[in-house]
Design a protein around this ligand. Structure first.
Ligand SMILES: C[S@@+](CC[C@H](N)C(=O)[O-])C[C@H]1O[C@@H](n2cnc3c(N)ncnc32)[C@H](O)[C@@H]1O
Length: 689
């Protein structure tokens, strides 16, 4: 096979980028090698100049910035103590080393984003390609790749981190992510949901996407975060069915969400720096075509939101037709039930422009109109009256300036739009009825049967026919036979709700056992007929028919953080750093360290421990008293004469790094290998990483 030209990106790379972004994919014949794309589009420049997206004196800088590649950014995730330790390693070792090894006069700037809490998000003034192709960054590159695989680094674009932050998530919130795939924001929402002290928060996230294949990208994201509080569903969110929950008296009512994210499909011209092929196909028609679905998704979100709740609408588009016009339209429809919120205090020192209150609507041929009455007859199906800005006398009613527009030149990022809407009054007819009722009477609650009965006959039938099923979700019953053995072996506390455990098959040998939170369990059981659930539950036990263990299931690492506090002390081993490093370095089932080679403390603890699965617990005090200690819980195995960790390679490397162990055998210097092979450029450009 011939060598690929340096700088050429494979077809699947375009697909990959557009899948990640959810933007419209170019047709096959429009795809060009990455380096051949001319980053020019006269219509684009003219359009945005007329729209006044930035001050006239900044316009050249704005366009220039869109033509450059995007800097690399990442977030450190993970539980508090682990994240703090990783931050120290990133800041004090990796970044310092990169700067020291860089021989150029002006080493690149690498800094934490000031508006992101606890310095856990970083921007490197280097492109991803710079990082891959320069030896001085190879340690950082390896770190980013393996920690991303492990789930403790999220390589998320700077601006994409903003919507979850302004949602202001609390651990008890019921959250809906309407257009969630591939899931970088869902992951961030999940981290925020888990920021309290409970191992299983009472809130949850429903992550939805219309595209079935993209839902599986979401499954992959969610799996990295090991949460029992998320369910992935597959619907058109503009017509998302009502979701029901069970009340303590056994009746059902419609769920009203506390927080909803509408990160809607968009034309994506804010991602030009990452997806330069958009330069070739940009036209104002893209936005005109998307406005309708964007509005319908947002409207459905407002219907599903509780009064007092918050919805965040975001796009990676610069176009006011997809942004302020959608917000203006929903504010008119809400007639006072929604208000734009001021959120600058949640984003200290982020630079942005205020939302626009004036714009023009243009045809695909760049004929601009100020009013629908002026619109040429032939455009009246694509240009709609609701796309126009408020009349000058109404501008102050809507406060569109409270929307946030992030422009690429302001802090070297992609472009982005965010609006935070607070629901301050009733929006749907049911909510309005409730408000009008006597204050003493109970609010009108519509349960599932009411909804079914209100549907026309033909739709009731269709609902029953449209019962989509993946593998079933079979929750444990009170007398689940396999639970007895597990509970006894691990001495699991009575506080643990075993009814939240599930398997994915009705019959036969159960292979894996998953855990959901009580809230998610109720949602799955109450909505199996009307909602297409794609995935839920974190793996907590795995079948392991080992003759030495008196229980057919071992503990899985995935769900350990959720269940460790319920596991009895007998099967927990407190481990010191040196022993843990020894286990990790020799993490091979054939060569597990003999118990006699480990410290006396370990020998004493395992003396009376029967063979089988156990939990290894490691605690390390932080260097300063304010930070929480770093606590690690690892699935282990006490053999007849040996002890081992049950970790995948990426977890082994992650843990060794945290403990300061030797990871050199896992560090691959791609740069060195490429130089040896004489093809440094080709390899470094051929594949995104
Ligand atoms: C901008 S992307 C979302 C990115 C995602 N929030 C993230 O942070 O990774 C838009 C997503 O909306 C989905 N989508 C498009 N139309 C939709 C609809 N009517 N209902 C639900 N999802 C939709 C697309 O499949 C795409 O995954």
């Amino acid at each position: 096979m011939g060598k690929r030209k340096a700088g050429f990106r494979k077809k699947h790379y375009f697909n990959h980028q557009h899948r990640q972004q959810g933007t419209v994919q170019p047709k096959l014949d429009e795809r060009k090698p990455y380096n051949d794309i001319v980053r020019e589009n006269e219509k684009f420049v003219e359009y945005y100049k007329i729209q006044n997206v930035c001050k006239p004196e900044e316009f050249d800088e704005f366009i220039k910035s869109l033509k450059t590649d995007l800097p690399a950014t990442f977030r450190i995730t993970g539980s508090k103590g682990v994240a703090k330790k990783m931050l120290r390693q990133v800041e004090d070792e990796l970044i310092k080393e990169c700067v020291q090894q860089n021989k150029s006069e002006n080493p690149p700037n690498m800094f934490p984003l000031l508006w992101y809490p606890d310095k856990l998000a970083w921007q490197l003034e280097l492109t991803r390609k710079d990082i891959r192709s320069n030896e001085s960054y190879s340690k950082l590159h390896n770190y980013l790749i393996s920690e991303t695989e492990h789930g403790t680094i999220s390589r998320q674009e700077t601006v994409s981190m903003i919507p979850p932050l302004v949602l202001d998530i609390q651990p008890h919130h019921k959250i809906l992510d309407m257009c969630a795939a591939p899931g970088s924001k869902t992951a961030q929402l999940l981290e925020m949901l888990h920021k309290g002290n409970d191992s299983i928060p009472s809130g949850y996230i429903i992550a939805n996407d219309v595209d079935n294949k993209r839902c599986y990208m979401l499954v992959h994201q969610a799996k990295r975060l090991n949460s029992p509080c998320v369910a992935i569903i597959n619907h058109d969110s503009a017509s998302l069915p009502n979701i029901f929950e069970t009340l303590s008296d056994g009746s059902t009512q419609q769920v009203q969400f506390d927080r909803i994210l509408c990160d809607v499909p968009c034309s994506g011209d804010g991602t030009l720096r990452k997806n330069p092929d958009i330069w070739m196909k940009w036209t104002p028609a893209n936005s005109l075509n998307l406005h309708g679905i964007q509005y319908r998704i947002l409207k459905r979100a407002v219907e599903l939101l509780v009064v007092g709740g918050r919805v965040v609408y975001s796009t990676c588009s610069l176009n006011p037709i997809e942004n302020e016009a959608v917000i203006h339209r929903i504010l008119i429809e809400a007639n006072g039930a929604l208000e734009l919120a001021e959120v600058s205090d949640l984003l200290p020192s982020l630079k942005y422009s205020p939302g626009m209150s004036k714009w023009q609507v243009s045809s695909r041929n760049l004929e601009f109109y100020n009013d629908f009455d002026e619109v040429d007859e032939k455009w009246r199906t694509t240009i709609r009256p609701q796309m126009f800005p408020p009349k000058p006398e109404d501008i102050s009613k809507y406060n569109l300036h409270k929307c946030i527009r992030i422009l690429p030149h302001q802090q070297n990022t992609g472009a982005f739009f965010v609006a935070v809407l607070q629901k301050v009054g009733p929006f749907t007819s049911i909510e309005k009825k409730n408000e009008n009722m006597n204050a003493d009477s109970a609010p009108l609650q519509l349960n599932k049967r009411d909804f079914d009965e209100r549907l026309p006959q033909n739709q009731r039938k269709r609902r029953r026919k449209d019962v989509y099923r993946e593998d079933p979700y079979v929750f444990f019953k009170d007398d689940e036979p396999i639970w007895e053995d597990i509970k006894k072996f691990y001495n699991i506390s009575d506080q643990f709700n075993a009814k939240c455990l599930l398997t994915r098959c009705h019959e036969g040998k159960k292979k894996n056992i998953y855990l959901t939170s009580a809230g998610i369990r109720d949602l799955v059981l109450s909505n199996q007929d009307n909602i297409k659930f794609i995935n839920t539950g974190v793996k907590v036990f795995v079948r392991c028919d080992n003759k030495n263990m008196k229980c057919p299931f071992r503990i899985a690492n995935d769900g350990l953080e959720s269940i460790y506090s319920y596991i009895g002390e007998q099967r927990k081993i407190t481990i010191e750093k040196e022993d843990l490093i020894t286990l990790l370095v020799n993490n091979d089932p054939q060569k597990s360290p003999a118990i006699t080679s480990l410290s006396k403390s370990i020998q004493d603890q395992v003396e009376n421990l029967s063979p089988g699965s156990c939990v290894l617990m490691y605690t390390e005090k932080s260097e300063n008293d304010q930070d929480p200690p770093m606590q690690l819980y690892i699935s282990g195995w006490r053999g007849t004469s040996s002890l081992r960790c049950y970790t995948m390679q990426h977890s082994t490397v992650h843990l060794l790094r945290l403990l300061g162990g030797d990871v050199s055998k896992y560090e691959k210097s791609k740069f060195k290998k490429n130089v040896e092979n004489g093809d440094a450029n080709e390899s470094s450009c051929s594949k995104p990483s």
